[in-house]
Design a protein. Structure first.
Length: 386
């Protein structure tokens, strides 16, 4: 798979991760020489109007900003020649195979961190103002020219009364211009302000960086769901006449009951790993898989191999393997074949032929669910509307 990864001019992936990742910005001139937009402006505007696509329009009028969010209507999109507005379309990789292939070229960072690819189109002067992100991002210039101002932000102060989280007193340290094919990496905590010079398009590759409290909330729900059914709360023999005078008081017995139930929630590292893998592979809210074609499915897989749907998320660890929010059976969690599918996102006919009956049945089920497809399918993913 390494030959499909994005090559970074002048340094290896290992050097980038050691020297720059989550440390300092890096501008890579002509990381993709001759790069052109993978989808044109008309197609991007059409995507923005779909109900299953998350999009925003940001407009600036002097010092005032306006934000319109999905669902968008055609009249929400401004005239192309009108200055100072931007369209941001989230998760374009879910809807276009070429964009999904570009996103996969950034897999020198673990899939558990890779989030999505957003495309922003801007008219002359368009941008979203000076802001700071709490996640890593690669900004690939796809069309036109953009001016960036960058600077570290230790304690962000936000402008009051604005619909965007704009920095109150942004003091950039450097200013630079990017052109098609240039790639700018920004770590968390670096303020940035990009302004289009003429019509331009920027591809933003974002990485997930969930805070501990958010992860804990979701993981607790998942871990609690796996607990065996316990005894029901009972206060037999614990209530007397005194409760009639203070019916709103929370019974200590109920507090003790919950504390004992919580104490039983003692997952092993394997349990945490499995729950985390399920959490991080859950499909985005707008993703709906369509059942695959079952006609001759087994023969097609044997002839062509299998490929994951571009919207499927799959992760593995020594003690777990999950796809689209679901763990596989324990006896298959260590399957080398399934791990290979997760890493390469496809299996050749030769590798599929090595599958055990249990592995083969699982792959067939994933194809029936639309999570994977025979590799002879023209392009995997949902059919686009005509």
């Amino acid at each position: 798979m390494s030959q499909d990864l994005l090559r970074l001019p002048g340094l290896s992936h290992e050097e980038f991760l050691r020297l720059h990742w989550q440390r300092r910005p890096l501008l890579l001139r002509q990381a993709l020489p001759g790069f052109k937009p993978l989808i044109d402006r008309r197609r991007l505007f059409e995507l923005a109007l779909r109900e299953d696509v998350e999009a925003r329009v940001v407009r600036r009028e002097g010092t005032h900003w306006q934000v319109l969010r999905s669902p968008l209507r055609a009249r929400d999109l401004g005239a192309v020649r009108r200055p100072d507005w931007t369209l941001l379309v989230q998760g374009v990789d879910l809807h276009d195979e070429g964009v999904a292939e570009l996103l996969r070229r950034f897999r020198f960072v673990p899939d558990a961190r890779l989030d999505d690819l957003m495309i922003s189109w801007a008219s002359d002067g368009g941008g979203v103002g000076p802001h700071v992100d709490d996640y890593d991002v690669f900004l690939l210039q796809a069309q036109g020219r953009r001016r960036w101002r960058l600077g570290p932000v230790a304690r962000p102060r936000l402008r009051p009364g604005q619909p965007l989280k704009l920095l109150q007193d942004f003091e950039p340290e450097q200013e630079l211009w990017v052109e098609p094919g240039d790639l700018l990496y920004l770590p968390p905590g670096w303020g940035h302000d990009g302004v289009a010079e003429g019509e331009c398009m920027t591809y933003s590759v974002g990485f997930r960086s969930p805070p501990a409290d958010e992860l804990l909330r979701h993981l607790l729900w998942k871990l609690a769901e796996e607990l065996p059914a316990g005894v029901r709360y009972s206060d037999r023999g614990a209530l007397g006449r005194g409760w009639a005078a203070h019916p709103a008081r929370l019974p200590e017995g109920m507090v003790d009951f919950v504390a004992e139930a919580f104490a039983r929630l003692r997952p092993s590292r394997a349990g945490y790993t499995r729950a985390l893998a399920e959490l991080l592979t859950e499909p985005k809210q707008e993703v709906v898989f369509s059942p695959g074609d079952r006609v001759g499915l087994a023969r097609r897989l044997a002839r062509a191999g299998v490929r994951l749907d571009r919207r499927s998320r799959m992760l593995w660890a020594p003690a777990a393997l999950a796809i689209n929010g679901e763990s596989v059976a324990p006896q298959l969690a260590a399957s080398r074949l399934l791990r290979r599918l997760a890493d390469l996102r496809e299996l050749s006919p030769a590798h599929y032929a090595q599958a055990t009956p249990a592995e083969r049945e699982l792959l067939l089920q994933w194809c029936r669910d639309g999570w994977a497809h025979p590799a002879d399918r023209a392009r995997h993913g949902p059919q686009e509307p005509a």
